[in-house]
Ligand binder design. Structure first.
Ligand code: AHM
Ligand code: MG
Length: 284
């Protein structure tokens, strides 16, 4: 199978599973006994989504391994040249309050952990009032509506509006660094707050309206909360391909490969001018 065929098969599989993931939430809003490798409590819905994607994606020709935020190690499949990294249910704590959630996918042509230079395609599903899927392949960002597991293309070449409108910043304000608090107080004067507790929901607002989403370094958690492999790199790549920019505070999220699969990183994505200002303020 060519790389393009493998990517298409991964996207088709993820879209095909989306209605089942949605349906699975009924009755899976309770916490499981275990924790994920980042030490966070797992919901039954996290575990279900992880197992479903593992089984379906490893069954595809060309997919050699599967890694996810919900399991310690990379799982080997058959031979193949491609490696998929998933956040099966991003923002899953929103299941209790019935707010948005997502699935994040990165397809790499090198064994995981792997950085932005090995990313061949990325996508996310947003379980909102509609199920939508945003894909990045060959430099183009496409938004589709997922209906009965099929993608129906809405916008074929998605790009951030030039004029930014919204922002959303994670972490408790008392845990923000002084430099980040300075940046936030400037942005607050210019943009409108939109924060939903699921990165995918918040990033999709930035893609739609322009602006900036950040989960910064905290005084309590110097590398922030989000994971570079599963969240930072795929989302950084999508926003960059849509004409925006990303940073970990110093450089593009795609510039530094993770040393560890579950490594955390500060994440900033949005309009280039806002990302450049973040880098300037944080390094001052
Ligand atoms: P998860 O992947 O375990 O669900 O955690 C990541 C989520 C992001 O979607 C979101 O941006 C962040 O956690 C919200 O965290 P907080 O509740 O601290 O605002
Ligand atoms: Mg996540």
């Amino acid at each position: 199978m060519s790389g393009a065929d493998v990517v298409e098969a991964v996207f088709e599989t993820v879209a095909g599973a989306a209605p089942e993931i949605r349906e699975s939430l009924v009755g899976r809003r309770r916490y499981e006994a275990g924790e994920n490798p980042s030490g966070e409590q797992q919901l039954a819905a996290d575990v279900y989504a992880d197992e479903l994607f593992e089984e379906r994606l490893l069954a595809l020709d060309g997919v050699a391994t599967y890694a996810s935020e919900e399991r310690e190690d990379v799982v080997e499949g058959a031979d193949g040249d491609y490696h998929v990294a998933l956040d099966p249910l991003d923002g899953s704590s929103n299941v209790k309050s019935n707010n948005a959630m997502g699935t994040i996918v990165g397809v790499f042509d090198a064994p995981l952990p792997a950085g932005g230079e090995s990313l061949v395609a990325a996508a996310y599903v947003l379980y909102g009032p509609l199920t939508t899927m945003v894909t990045l392949r060959e430099g183009t960002v496409t938004e589709s509506v997922v209906h009965e597991g099929e993608r129906h293309v809405g916008t074929a070449d998605r790009s951030l509006p030039d004029e930014p409108t919204v922002y959303g910043f994670g972490g408790r304000v008392p845990a923000w660094t002084d430099a980040f608090a300075d940046y936030a107080s400037e942005v607050e004067q210019e943009l409108k707050l939109r924060y939903g507790g699921a990165m995918i929901g918040d990033v999709n607002q930035v893609l739609t309206y322009g602006g900036v989403f950040a989960y910064p370094a905290l005084t309590t958690h110097p590398n922030g909360k989000l994971r570079r492999q599963f969240e930072g790199i795929p989302i950084g790549a999508i926003v960059e391909a849509a004409g925006g920019a990303s940073t970990d505070g110093e450089r593009s999220l795609l510039a530094t490969p993770p040393e560890d699969l579950h490594e955390r990183t500060p994440v900033f994505v949005g309009n280039r001018s806002l990302i450049e200002r973040a880098e300037a303020t944080l390094s001052a």
